[in-house]
Write a protein that binds this ligand. Structure first.
Ligand code: PRP
Ligand code: MN
Ligand code: MG
Length: 187
């Protein structure tokens, strides 16, 4: 069975994603171009890897790029609510503007943990750029740091979505679009 045959419907196509990513990149470029030092753009592994790769090429500033890993879902589809930082930054963010790049914000617990962590490392501002947001699922309120801004690609309906970085038990991250699985694909 081919990968595409696992998908019931596509929510955002490759083209729609790429157009939105360009818009978000331009917005970030505009918002940070007056700063003396360009931001540190931090991708949240693993889910953000494609979005990060695409958006950094649309931010026309001398940014630095780094990764961090926060685990909360493990292999399941429901958040444990207990995120832990299992792989930390290489770059020193003290006194820097940080833009966290996420594939999706759901309960908010991953971001809340991450923002606290970046704040404790002395970031002068923390912004968030997420491809998808599921505001109806929010459980944990998080506050951006300093003059941090919130960028969102699309508001996501309450489906379990896969593709463009988003997984189900580590599968489907390599789909170029975001979609919903056929019911028989849930294990
Ligand atoms: C997913 C997603 C976000 C987080 C959002 O990551 O990529 O990072 O959950 O959920 P929350 O708002 O409820 O915290 P996951 O923990 O599945 O790891 P992954 O990125 O490696 O898939
Ligand atoms: Mn993630
Ligand atoms: Mg996951």
């Amino acid at each position: 069975m081919e990968l595409n045959d696992h998908i019931e419907k596509i929510l955002w196509t490759e083209k729609q994603i790429s157009e939105r990513v360009s818009e978000l990149g331009s917005q970030i470029t505009r918002d940070f171009k007056a700063q003396p030092v360009a931001p540190v753009v931090v991708g949240v592994a693993t889910g953000a890897f494609l979005f990060l790769a695409d958006i950094v090429r649309k931010i026309h500033l001398p940014i630095t790029v780094d990764f961090i890993r926060v685990d909360s879902y493990g292999s399941g589809t429901v958040s444990s609510g207990q995120p832990t930082i299992s792989f930390d930054l290489k770059v020193d963010v003290r006194g820097k503007h940080v833009v966290v790049v996420e594939d999706i914000v759901d309960t908010g617990s991953t971001l809340s943990c991450l923002i606290d962590h970046l704040k404790s490392k002395g970031a002068s501002s923390v912004s968030v750029c997420t491809l998808l947001d599921k505001p109806t699922k929010r459980k944990i309120h998080f506050e951006l740091v300093g003059e941090g801004k919130y960028y969102c690609g699309f508001e996501c309906p309450d489906y379990f979505v896969v593709g463009y970085g988003l997984d189900m038990a580590e599968l489907y991250r390599n789909l170029p679009y975001v979609g919903v699985l056929k019911p028989e694909m849930y294990k």
